[in-house]
Design a binder for this molecule. Structure first.
Ligand SMILES: NC(=O)c1ccc[n+]([C@@H]2O[C@H](COP(=O)([O-])OP(=O)(O)OC[C@H]3O[C@@H](n4cnc5c(N)ncnc54)[C@H](OP(=O)(O)O)[C@@H]3O)[C@@H](O)[C@H]2O)c1
Length: 274
């Protein structure tokens, strides 16, 4: 599910590359947006009736977390005989200083709903910081000539969506092990300022960074997310600035190879910043 999402799209590509039979869904699937040979369904996590045709006959399901309607998702997955759900959750669920954060608690509730049901088995996949968050910088980089950042020196270890998808694919196709649900990060911590510099190198431009006050950042983030979510993101950045956003070895532990670095992520996405 969510096969057009940035992680979901990579899950679909990687399962197909392994030659596995895959079906894909979106809430409103448009013709021609999915690879040939993929069976496509319209399915919405908040509408259980729409899920049944997509789930029936599927042994393993990858899906995004939606707090709204999660009981219906669990019930429908069980009724359809799904054996395993690989849930895109969040590393914040197991990150001590993120407890109580609105976004954390939403993911925790979705995980808990599956765990309480017991069937199907749920394997949470828990990225802490997606590198795709920086795509929100594209407008400023392209059109404003400078990048306003809250906590520019905060260190995080952003993870490439392909690595998240690779761990999700391991969870869909292999044995379920606790390592799959470890906190998922990129290979090393890098400040937001240095992430901007890496994007600059990828696009061949210098990207001047200017620091944003908390109030200005709250206002800016509230343009494209509810204010309470914007608060939650700022709290996360404050926590990262206090040194609390780690790099972990989960990708190496699960996949037997290092996680992809931010320079490579920036090179893969350079066109989106031009
Ligand atoms: N940003 C971070 O640093 C971070 C950290 C930890 C966890 N996460 C979690 O990672 C997820 C974001 O991943 P992403 O970047 O791959 O997202 P994305 O590119 O924005 O894609 C989101 C996908 O979710 C699907 N979706 C949303 N609501 C749905 C619903 N009601 N029914 C069915 N499908 C629905 C969308 O499907 P349609 O095609 O139908 O629109 C879309 O494909 C979020 O759950 C977020 O909480 C993010």
């Amino acid at each position: 599910m969510g096969a057009r999402g940035s992680v979901g799209r990579c899950v679909l590509e990687q399962l197909l590359a392994h030659g596995l039979p895959v079906r894909a869904s979106a809430r409103r699937p448009e013709p021609g947006r999915f690879p040939d040979g993929v069976e496509v369904f319209a399915a919405d996590l908040t509408d259980p009736a729409s899920l049944l045709p997509a789930f029936e006959g599927a042994g393993q399901v990858f899906l995004y977390a939606s707090r709204k309607g999660v009981e219906g998702v669990v019930r429908t997955a069980r009724a359809a005989g799904v054996e395993r759900v690989v849930l895109l959750s969040s590393g914040s669920v197991i990150h001590p200083t993120s407890a109580g954060n609105l976004l954390t608690e939403g993911h925790r509730e979705v995980e808990a709903a599956f765990v309480a049901a017991g069937d199907p088995i749920v394997v949470p996949i828990r990225p802490l910081v997606l590198a795709t968050n920086t795509l929100a910088w594209a407008y400023a980089i392209r059109d404003m000539g400078s990048l306003p950042l809250y906590q520019p020196d905060a260190l995080t270890a952003p993870i490439h969506e392909r690595d998240v998808a690779a761990v999700a694919c391991a969870a869909l196709t292999g044995a379920t092990t606790p390592a799959l649900s470890g906190m998922l990060t990129g290979p090393a911590r890098i400040s937001q300022r240095d992430q901007a510099a890496a994007i600059g190198r990828a696009v061949g431009a210098r990207i001047p960074v200017r620091a944003l006050s908390r109030d200005a950042a709250l206002e800016r983030f509230s343009w494209f997310m509810p204010r309470e979510e914007a608060e939650a993101v700022l709290r996360y950045l404050d926590d990262a600035a206090a040194g609390n956003s780690p790099a972990t070895s989960t990708v190496q532990d699960v996949l037997g190879r290092p996680a992809t670095g931010f320079d490579q992520w920036a090179a893969d996405h350079a066109d989106e910043f031009r």
